[in-house]
Design a binder for this molecule. Structure first.
Ligand SMILES: NC(=O)c1ccc[n+]([C@@H]2O[C@H](COP(=O)([O-])OP(=O)(O)OC[C@H]3O[C@@H](n4cnc5c(N)ncnc54)[C@H](O)[C@@H]3O)[C@@H](O)[C@H]2O)c1
Length: 249
């Protein structure tokens, strides 16, 4: 897969960073985007350390909620690397646990802006570029919250259901153009986004998963890398559960 180019939004931490490491270890050039320059630059050092075959790593400052900036991000990646073969729409927020009647409208709007519109902007300009090149692969970050109701999580759950809908529908639209679009649906994973929940009740979270523990970023990154690779060449519009058995219940 050498000389290929991947973009990972929100790729300076958690699942995105784990995915970036696995891709550069296969010799794939990777651009990670995010809002914090210091965190991004630190992540580049970590990711570069495991690169093979001269794979390059770039951090590009970007906020996925800004459509013009997302268009510019894809243009910058193509300008620097010459192409875009793979994209992981990973940036996401989970900012409130509340029932709908007690939830904060602005927090919900923030989640829609990032998890839904940010992912939509990404896909929009990634697909346009991949059409020009004649193909590519996109993986979106859904969740077990994209496939089920979850108490006290209705606002976030609705954004991840939207990710599933965008993934499946656009997969149908672009499969014949050589663009494969899929998603992963992780269970609870040890990253910053649920750090408070892990601190408050890790054993309770673990017990929700038949395997009896929460997952690691690497376990999700493995699935993302497979969906991006030619090994998944006949996989289209799939939502891959990586959840310790949560969805099998
Ligand atoms: N950790 C879990 O339990 C879990 C489960 C299911 C799905 N997910 C999804 O996985 C994805 C990655 O999350 P993670 O678990 O690695 O947590 P994380 O918090 O480490 O990663 C999310 C990244 O997105 C970035 N981000 C947020 N808003 C952004 C914006 N507007 N512009 C650019 N970047 C932005 C954050 O700065 C962060 O780097 C998210 O979409 C999340 O919803 C996580």
């Amino acid at each position: 897969m050498t000389n290929q180019v991947a973009l990972i939004t929100g790729g300076a931490s958690g699942i995105g960073k784990a995915t970036a490491k696995k891709l550069v270890a296969k010799g794939i050039n990777v651009a990670i985007s995010g809002r914090r320059v210091d965190v991004g630059n630190q992540a580049v050092v970590e990711i570069e350390a495991v690169a093979t075959d001269g794979a390059q790593v770039r951090f590009i400052r970007n906020d996925v909620t800004d459509e013009a900036a997302m268009k510019a991000l894809i243009e910058q990646v193509v300008g620097e690397f010459g192409r875009l073969d793979m994209a992981v729409n990973n940036a996401g927020v989970y900012n409130e646990a509340a029932t709908i009647d007690l939830s904060d409208t602005d927090k919900f709007r923030d989640m829609i802006d990032t998890n839904v519109l940010g992912l939509y902007y990404g896909m929009k300009y990634q697909i346009a570029q991949m059409k020009r090149q004649g193909g590519g692969a996109i993986v979106n970050l859904a969740s077990i919250a994209g496939l089920n109701g979850v108490p006290w999580t209705g606002t976030y759950v609705s954004t991840k259901h939207a990710v599933v809908g965008l993934t499946k529908s656009s997969a149908l639209d672009h499969a014949a153009e050589g663009i494969r679009i899929n998603a992963v649906a992780p269970g609870a994973i040890r990253t910053n986004i649920i750090a408070q929940q892990i601190d408050a009740d890790e054993s309770g979270l673990a017990a929700m998963h038949p395997i009896g523990r929460i997952g690691t970023p690497d376990e999700i990154a493995n699935g993302i890398c497979w969906l991006l690779s030619d090994e998944a060449s006949f996989v289209v519009g799939h939502i891959l559960n990586i959840d310790g058995g949560f969805q099998a219940k």
